[in-house]
Design a protein. Structure first.
Ligand code: SAH
Length: 453
């Protein structure tokens, strides 16, 4: 058994050759890779080994000797310690190329000859997030909001999150100050005690409606009435204040139960001219302007003429389904979160759409049922979570054989895997279009159209 060729605390001067999918610089010592946070391809850097494994090591960036022309100054040192924006030191055009290149490399590894188009990016790649889930902790006895230090649960105090809608940053501070004023205890992770765990805020990009969700360990929140009154007085955009109960010692942010403290139990926003209501537990894309770019690309890829039966698997609150319904004969959506399906049905009514139906269930189970019932779909739209399509789902596609498949993916690794499996049934992809939904981060979203050929 060979051992690591480097040891902890050793220093080296190396040239960075590549950027890993997590955004770390990669250097090689005789084929042995060293991963360096904050280093960029082409740079000569001094590094110190932090952790050496048999096949690779992690090293800390000590000094940049020759900077990359794509290096930009990060927004703030405190911010750089968090994992919020791991690519913020990389110029935006280079971020877009990085995302295109990541998909290309994964296709190459999977022996897929699919061209990847240049990533569609934003003009202003900051302030885009319409949702925040901000941890609340006591630091030296004072209720503080911020974000976790990378790979830890140590809270770094932050007031400007740069990638969130600035109105959301401001709302978080309003709530924080009210918690301080009324001495409402912050949650303590070590002992699973205290009260307020997170402040979740959603703001409609077009509607300007705002929802505040207090995530609490207990249903009883001291000074609840004063908090509600204080939020309403300071933030006139707020149309909904909710309390979410999360009693367990867990990293999962939201618990399963939510109560309305004031206003609506949903938020409304518009996308591509349709109105959508969004419940606190429902998924909603976090970058509204780029979502419109993504959906437009997906609808175009579907090539609808008005005569098609469309399946929208992983349909969330029905945003893609209802966008496609205008151009199709019938749309069937399937989604596992019941609240999201309730939203999708309400959204169909809200927009006067009568040719879309939504089912609660696991896409892999419902696809099997539809296949057994002999349902024919002309277009199968999929937008799965990071783990991609389940084998049973792919097996059902192999029997149903919809002539066109549109794959919206938030994880190119599972996208490549799934396309390779779909090729066995005769599906061919002409191109993949990345759309940057998450500037300053390493997340990669894309649309791929596949046809039976
Ligand atoms: N297309 C929607 C939602 C995409 S996110 C939009 O653009 O807004 C993926 C969705 O898949 C989430 O709503 C999630 O709740 C749902 N989901 C996760 N696993 C699922 C499964 N096995 N079956 C059906 N839906 C699932």
């Amino acid at each position: 058994m060979a051992k690591a060729p480097v040891a902890k605390n050793q220093e080296f001067t190396v040239t960075i050759e590549d950027l890993s999918y997590e955004g770390m610089g990669v250097a090689k010592l005789d084929h042995y890779p060293l991963f360096v946070e904050g280093a960029l391809p082409g740079e000569t850097v001094v590094i110190r080994v932090v952790k050496a494994e048999k096949k690779y090591a992690f090293a800390r960036l000590i000094q940049v000797v020759t900077p990359s022309p794509d290096r930009v100054t990060p927004k703030a040192q405190a911010y750089a310690q968090t994992g919020i924006a791991p690519l913020q030191h990389l110029a935006y055009p280079a971020q877009l190329k990085f995302k295109q290149h990541q998909i290309e490399m994964l296709y190459h590894k999977a022996q897929l000859a699919i061209p990847v188009r240049p990533t569609l990016g934003m003009t202003t790649p900051y302030g885009y997030r319409n949702k925040a889930q901000i941890p609340v902790r006591a630091i030296a006895g004072v209720v503080t909001t911020g974000f976790y230090k990378r790979r830890s649960h140590e809270l770094i105090p932050l007031t400007d999150f740069y990638i969130q809608d600035p109105k959301i940053d401001a709302a978080v501070l309003v709530v924080r100050d009210l918690l301080r004023q009324y001495n409402v205890p912050a949650y303590d992770e070590a002992t699973n005690s205290g009260v307020i765990r997170h402040i979740m805020v959603r703001r409609g990009y077009y509607s300007h409606q705002m929802m505040i969700v207090l995530v609490s360990r207990t249903w009883v929140v001291p000074h609840q009435a004063e908090l509600v009154a204080g939020i309403k007085a300071a933030l006139p955009e707020v149309t909904s204040i909710m309390l979410n109960l999360n009693e367990r010692a867990t990293n999962v942010i939201l618990g399963p139960k939510t109560r309305t403290l004031d206003g609506n139990d949903y938020l409304e926003d518009q996308l591509l001219g349709s109105t959508f209501r969004i419940s606190p537990l429902s998924f909603y894309q976090v970058n509204p302007t780029q979502t419109e770019v993504l959906y437009t690309a997906a609808v175009r890829a579907a090539g609808l003429t008005g005569r098609e039966v469309v399946i929208d698997a992983y349909s969330g609150i029905g945003t893609i389904s209802l966008t496609m319904a205008e151009h199709a004969k019938q749309v069937y959506g399937v989604e596992v979160v019941p609240e999201a399906v309730r939203d999708a049905k309400a959204n169909a009514r809200l927009n006067g759409v009568t040719n879309a139906e939504f089912l609660v269930g696991r896409a892999e189970d419902v696809m099997q049922t539809w296949k057994d019932q002999g349902l024919h779909a002309d277009v199968l739209m999929v937008d799965p979570p990071r783990k991609g399509l389940a084998p049973e789902f792919i097996a059902a596609v192999g029997v149903m054989l919809p002539p066109k498949l549109v794959y919206v993916s938030c994880n190119p690794a599972t996208l490549a895997r799934d396309i390779a499996a779909l090729q066995a049934f005769g599906y061919r992809a002409t191109a993949t279009q990345p759309v940057d939904m998450f500037p300053q981060t390493t997340s990669i979203e894309s649309v791929t159209a596949l046809t039976l050929g």
